[in-house]
Write a protein that binds this ligand. Sequence first.
Ligand SMILES: [Zn+2]
Length: 300
Amino acid sequence: MKKLPIIYHPHYDIPVPKIHSFVGNKFSDLFTYLQDHYFQNLDILTPSSATFENLKKSHEIDYINKVTNNQLAKDHLRLINLPWSERLRERSFLETEGTFLTAKKSLKTGLSCHVGGGTHHAHFDHGYGFCVFNDLAYTAINLIKEKLVTKVLILDLDVHQGDGTIDICKKYSSIYTCSIHSNSNFPYDKKKGWMDVSLPSAIGDDEYLETLKKTLQSIHEQITPDIVLYDAGVDIFLDDKLGNLKVSLDGIRQRDYMVLDHYRKKNIPLATVIGGGYSKDHQELASRHGIIFETAIKYL
Ligand SMILES: [Zn+2]
């Protein structure tokens, strides 16, 4: 039986108060869910921490040092909007490297999935919106610097635009960012990436999937990437606490299948990250994030 490589570290969870929108234990919830349902289908890999040498390719040295030494000023912490902790510091390095490991694994196997990642609001010199370092920009830049690939597509289908990813990657002509997001969700200052599709709020499955189909076709007419980093954020869900689109669970399943099928048929490696998803019901959230893994396992 072919196994799906998944990347996970038990130190991904962070302590967050119950009233906070961010579910601090969603990573272990998801990992437990996957083990309970798909244990035999998984090849589990554990990342090390992102190194200073690699991080400084995507982030300002002073900012990395401040994170490393727990010295972020109050206004920086306010932008991140998570309670600072030793675990948050530690996980920021682990999860960033985790996406890079996921990408490197996918170059060998064609498909691999990170039980984390999608910290797309982190900018070059500051964190933002629950994100400390930008795993997608870090991965894309390091893949290119290590000459593992020449062209990277970052396909970001989280309901929020990956403003940080766009900002960090814009000086690299070989990194292509494509985002389909809600036009009325955070971040309110939208950036201009390679391809942006801004959706009106409250659109449902049919319109969403039709837009995705056209977008994948449009990308295909313009570039052939060596790898796709896919942010499979599930905050497009109709009941998501922070999203305002109306896509059903079946719509998310169809979305993920459409992306996987599109790139795997072309033999283009695909590395997925979980992105955003917000709910008071932690089991519901784990199963919602589980969709991309289920879709990938079925696709093997
Ligand atoms: Zn999001």
